[in-house]
Write a protein that binds this ligand. Structure first.
Ligand code: NAD
Ligand code: WQD
Length: 344
């Protein structure tokens, strides 16, 4: 008797995907990862195995390659749900290479949806982003806050992706989908066996802080302290990556247990608290005892001033809540940076 208990995780050797694979395995699911390793390393599989004792299956393939993906799906009858992380996510790169982003992010999504329908997989979780809200007029943002014009091709791929999913669910009564709109994922698994592996110079704040703190970077540039916020620096909702990973397990179970209220649901996955750049740097200093050098420079083009989630719908309806304190989260990021340095 075929045990249908397998979750396909596209982009599963990536930052959020790898942490989600750990939580899926901890929850008793079998996991198949499909990843083209365009922004991750196959070694991640070993880190996952060290944490859970189970080596997830990895097939190296491009989700944008329908022929290859069809072949894979045809040999995987036990898949009951898909968590689709696979995408390119560098905002700045998307401005320089929009077609790469539209092709990779949207063609991959269309393929996954087509194959879900073809192979009778009715549960689909999508990696969306708070970037769809742009700069909200009213804070905190709820799931019904207005979607604003995207400020980058990357952000636009997330908005278009949500519309593709909406239209596909409307046209196929058996398909259930949950879009998780992540705020700012940070930190690493407490084991320091998996974490964020930014390619080259980090775009994101926390890996830049930890790389500066460990001496890989000279100095952190803080992009602006003249915003209309209490200390002038931008405010974000920084969510622990393990907490975020757990939200995916809850979302998959919600659909498998037919607890979803609509066939397409959206949830803000954030802490519900805003933290400024300067506050985050100071928390890092207080928590680790390390003071990364920083200087205030001009604003970064495309940055929004402030955003944080109203996470009450995810808390009350999805039954998920961010648990980790920002201090522990930053400590996990620091431990991970130190672990990377010890491998060099
Ligand atoms: P990541 O780059 O670490 O992981 C993405 C993974 O997908 C990588 O392992 C990459 O090799 C793989 N991949 C990319 N294109 C692929 C393709 N065509 N076929 C197969 N594999 C492919 O990024 P992440 O931070 O883990 O983000 C995962 C998802 O979450 C992305 O969809 C991203 O847009 C979304 N997201 C990320 C953030 C964030 O701040 N990290 C915030 C909101 C949403
Ligand atoms: C956070 C704050 C910067 C780096 C991005 C994407 C978003 C999502 C998450 C994919 C901002 C400031 C940063 C630095 C700094 N990714 N900063 N110096 O921009 O909120 O969101 O990542 O979905 O789509 O836009 O995250 O970490 O880049 O920046 O001062 O070296 O830190 O100005 O205020 P962001 P971030």
């Amino acid at each position: 008797m075929l045990m249908k208990n397998k979750i396909l995780v596209t982009g599963g050797t990536g930052y959020i995907g790898s942490h989600t694979v750990v939580e899926l395995q901890n929850a008793g699911f079998d996991v198949l990862i499909v990843d083209n390793l365009s922004n991750s390393s196959p070694d991640v599989i070993n880190g996952i195995e060290k944490i859970t004792g189970k080596k997830p299956e990895l097939i190296v393939a491009d989700c944008a390659d329908i022929t290859k993906m069809d072949e894979i799906f045809s040999t995987q009858p036990a898949i009951v749900a898909i968590i689709h992380f696979a995408a390119s996510k560098a905002v700045g790169e998307s401005v320089e290479k929009p077609l790469l982003y539209y092709r990779n992010n949207l063609l991959s999504l269309v393929n996954m949806l087509e194959l879900s329908l073809k192979y009778g997989i009715h549960n689909f979780v999508f990696s969306s982003s708070c970037t769809v809200y742009g700069q909200p007029e009213i804070l905190p943002v709820t799931e019904s806050s207005p979607i604003q014009e995207a400020t980058s091709p990357y952000g636009n791929t997330k908005q278009i992706a949500e519309e593709i999913i909406r239209d596909t669910v409307r046209a196929n009564s058996s398909l259930k989908a949950i879009c998780l709109r992540y705020f700012n994922p940070i930190g690493a698994h407490p084991s320091a066996l998996i974490g964020e592996l930014p390619n080259g110079v980090p775009n994101n704040l926390v890996p830049f802080i930890t790389q500066t703190a460990i001496g890989l970077r000279e100095c952190l540039s803080i992009f602006g302290n003249d915003y209309n916020t209490p200390d002038g620096s931008c405010i974000r909702d920084y969510i622990n990556v393990v907490d975020l990973a757990k939200a995916h397990v809850v979302a998959v179970k919600r659909m498998l247990d037919n607890k979803n209220k609509q066939m397409l649901e959206f949830f803000n996955i954030g802490t519900g608290k805003g933290l400024s750049v300067l506050e985050l740097v100071h928390v890092f200093e207080e928590t680790t005892g390390v003071k990364p050098r920083y200087k205030i420079v001009g604003r970064r083009a495309g940055d929004i001033e402030q955003i944080w989630a109203n996470a009450s719908y995810a808390n009350n309806e999805l039954g998920w809540r961010a648990e980790e304190a920002i201090t522990d989260t930053l400590l996990s990021a620091w431990k991970w940076e130190q672990a990377l340095a010890s491998k060099k």
